[in-house]
Design a protein around this ligand. Structure first.
Ligand SMILES: [Zn+2]
Length: 182
């Protein structure tokens, strides 16, 4: 349905924005990035290939997604080629590796788990980083947003249904269905 994509994007952005209350946005330093790259021998943590024209180079990828409070820090960032980065999308990294590299999945997963352990990374959560009062305000904001989104989508589908009815009504009385809308 037209517009649905925008609502999804809004939802993503609002949640990502709210997330910054819980975990501040880090920028990874060049030094850290070089260190992370060297820990994976300059290769993609998923497929093990070095940067090439075919895979369009190596970029930092979040193991735990930003929307799940994953931060841009060593232990949560791995080098990933663009091809793996694209095909992983929002999939949890273990599932992505298991599906994409079934034969060697265990080794690849263990290697990344070692890397996480080495950096002692655990993603923060609203429960661990906010006081009870802050947490209740945070949760109230989330509920407000969900209510807003629900009402917006409801109105959207109501308008869409009304338009459909008008079009079929116009068809019934044998009039051209164009409305001149652009
Ligand atoms: Zn790759």
């Amino acid at each position: 349905m037209k517009g649905t994509k925008h609502f999804s994007r809004m939802n993503y952005n609002v949640r990502r924005g709210l997330r910054e209350i819980v975990a501040s946005d880090h920028k990874i330093s060049d030094r850290d990035w070089k260190l992370i790259l060297s820990e994976f021998n300059g290769t993609c943590a998923y497929c093990g290939e070095p940067a090439s024209a075919e895979n369009r180079g190596i970029v930092p990828d979040h193991l735990v997604a930003v929307t799940d409070f994953g931060e841009l820090v060593p232990g949560n960032i791995v080098p990933a080629c663009q091809t793996c980065n694209d095909s992983r999308g929002n999939k949890p990294w273990r599932i992505f590796i298991s599906n994409k590299f079934p034969v060697d999945a265990n080794n690849r997963i263990r290697r990344i788990e070692c890397y996480i352990e080495q950096h002692n990374y655990s993603p923060c959560s609203p429960e661990t980083s906010l006081t009870p009062e802050e947490l209740s305000k945070y949760n109230a904001l989330l509920l407000d947003w969900e209510a807003f989104l629900f009402k917006a989508r409801e109105l959207q589908s109501r308008v869409a249904q009304r338009r459909l009815l008008e079009i079929s009504h116009n068809d019934e009385i044998n009039r051209p269905a164009h409305s001149g809308a652009g």
